[in-house]
Design a protein around this ligand. Structure first.
Ligand SMILES: [Zn+2]
Length: 326
């Protein structure tokens, strides 16, 4: 029989596992009554969060430039822009929207902004949005391939595509005059990556991205997720976490013997492979969870999932521990 909540009788509730408490260092500012927080990053650059997602905007003398429009923040993006524009006596008219990448969870409120907004993105973002054909995410009319400098309302924004990582089209958004870098879905400051390295399509690119980010001069980091901004130390800690996963996975891959798995499931190789993947994942994850519990929030929730995906990349992209039949 499925477990039931003792208070409501609803199924499943008591079966949910407990996890280590979220460290104070992971927690951001409190949200207002409408469920958002808007704060200054530096001068006229602001960020908005609902505690899970982040968006950013620049107020300029010619209007507002918006960076990403996550649907979970949705209508609160407009409220945050209005709040800041009215407090500072500047225009609240959103004139430009820059897409970090094509994913719906960061761009799905784009259609809340009117048709006259100029949307800007990488050329691959345009191609993917044409493919996806989602009315919530109008395709960018202005695109670039490697680098593009935007000069809008006297402000400077440097866009760069440095290869695939989390997605094929994810870009670096540098604000050289605001000491800030925006790079989405790579590092969650204070938190472990979610499922399978933040659901990344290209693991070698995902692992290399923080070093590229740290090559830029900046003090403030907008990562797209969680309730706070990041620092250079957050990126270094994330790099250490991923390096520890890499080392631990390599150890697991050469120390767990596959033979008993194929002996037990001699007529069902998929059962053998599944059990072996689980064993590699568990052996790879255990020491990393131990080290980062209480350091990175949700390390005990999500490390196994990321270990699994890094393990597959180490096997399949890098060919590590590959067995060639004699
Ligand atoms: Zn994404």
């Amino acid at each position: 029989m499925a477990s039931q909540s003792p208070t409501t009788g609803a199924p499943g509730a008591t079966a949910l596992p407990d996890y280590a408490p979220v460290p104070q260092s992971a927690i951001g500012p409190a949200l207002n009554e409408q469920g958002y927080y808007v704060g200054r990053v530096e001068r006229n650059l602001y960020w908005v969060t609902d505690g899970s997602y982040q968006s950013a905007f620049l107020t300029t003398k010619d209007g507002v430039v918006l960076f990403d429009a996550p649907p979970t923040i949705g209508g609160n993006i407009r409220r945050a822009v209005d709040e800041i524009a009215s407090a500072n006596g500047v225009s609240n008219k959103v004139t430009h929207l820059v897409y970090s990448h094509h994913h719906a969870d960061h761009a799905g409120a784009s259609s809340l902004f009117d048709k006259n907004v100029i949307r800007i993105g990488h050329e691959e973002t345009k191609r993917l949005l044409l493919r996806d054909n989602d009315p919530a995410r109008p395709v960018p009319e202005e695109t670039f391939s490697d680098r593009r400098t935007l000069k809008i309302g006297g402000e400077r924004i440097e866009l760069a595509w440095r290869g695939p990582n989390h997605s094929p089209d994810n870009i670096y958004i540098h604000f050289p005059d605001h000491d800030t870098l925006m790079l989405i879905d790579i590092v969650n400051p204070g938190w472990a990556p979610i499922s399978m390295s933040n659901l990344s399509e290209d693991i070698p690119g995902y692992i290399a991205a923080p070093a590229i980010a740290l090559d830029y001069p900046w003090k403030h980091f907008i990562g797209g997720h969680v309730g706070r901004l990041g620092t250079r130390d957050d990126l270094t800690l994330h790099q250490q976490y991923m390096a520890d996963i890499d080392a631990s996975v390599r150890k697991a891959l050469v120390s767990v013997d596959p033979t008993p798995f194929f002996q037990k499931y001699y007529d069902n190789p998929w059962a053998a492979v599944s059990a072996l993947f689980d064993a590699w994942t568990e052996a790879g994850a255990a020491p990393v969870i131990e080290k980062y519990k209480g350091v990175l929030a949700a390390a005990d929730v999500y490390t196994s999932s990321t270990v699994f995906w890094v393990m597959e990349s180490i096997r399949l992209d890098l060919g590590f521990a590959s067995y060639v039949h004699p």
